[in-house]
Write a new protein. Structure first.
Length: 223
């Protein structure tokens, strides 16, 4: 996997199952890099490119960026849509669907009786829709809990399973991690075949990364 950042003519090569580090020593460059990452993920502009061999990948689809602990949440439309799709597929092959149909029929009978209780000519949707039921009961994936390392690992595993994401960028979050935490993230990356890249503005002296790319304040690249 190859990441290209056009602003700096920067190219980094990654392998799945490994963890990497990118150090941008200039605060101005570091800030611009993160803003560009955010804008690309949110399809505002395209300052990056990701290639798998010679094939360009959809950066927004394959990559997830975490800038703060508050980014570790499933409260997003794409996650809800995918979750509901999986639930509907599972229900279609389960006996639970028959139970829901029976409950829906009973509920329609109650609504029919409601017509006699009000003086207005009311109508309602009679079609059975599982997605509407899930929305009405606010069915969602519970956000991860615990320490940052526990939440980020659970988050990566869930997004990999649900959305197929395998490229994770964790930026400016070293303050929430200790030495052992990097090992746990490295083990997670290896087990689930994920590529995890830490972006920071200074070296930490850690040696468990597959590779560390450094761009100093003079914009010189150091490996």
């Amino acid at each position: 996997m190859k990441l290209i950042y056009y602003e700096l003519d920067f190219v980094a090569c990654f392998n799945k199952g490994k963890t990497y580090s990118i150090v941008l020593e200039s605060p101005i460059v570091f800030e611009k890099f993160l803003i560009d990452l955010y804008n690309h993920i949110n399809k505002i502009e395209q300052p990056f490119a990701v290639y798998n061999d010679e094939t360009e990948m959809d950066f927004a689809k394959c990559c997830e960026i975490v800038l703060t602990p508050f980014d570790i949440t499933y409260n997003r439309r794409e996650i809800q849509k995918k979750l509901f799709g999986e639930i509907c597929n599972e229900l279609a092959e389960s006996e639970i669907i028959n139970n829901l149909c029976d409950i829906h029929s009973e509920f329609l009978k109650i609504l029919d009786n409601l017509k006699f209780l009000v003086r207005y000519d009311i109508e309602y949707e009679e079609e059975f829709n599982i997605t509407d039921i899930l929305k009405n009961y606010n069915v969602h994936i519970k956000d991860p809990t615990g320490r940052f390392v526990e939440r980020i690992i659970e988050y990566m595993i869930t997004l990999h399973s649900l959305l197929g994401k395998d490229f994770f960028i964790i930026a400016n979050c070293d303050v929430y991690l200790d030495t052992d935490d990097y090992l746990y993230i490295e083990q997670c990356a290896a087990y689930y075949n994920l590529c995890v890249v830490f972006v920071r503005n200074r070296q930490l002296g850690l040696h468990n990364f597959e590779k560390e790319y450094i761009i100093d304040k003079d914009l010189c690249e150091i490996h």
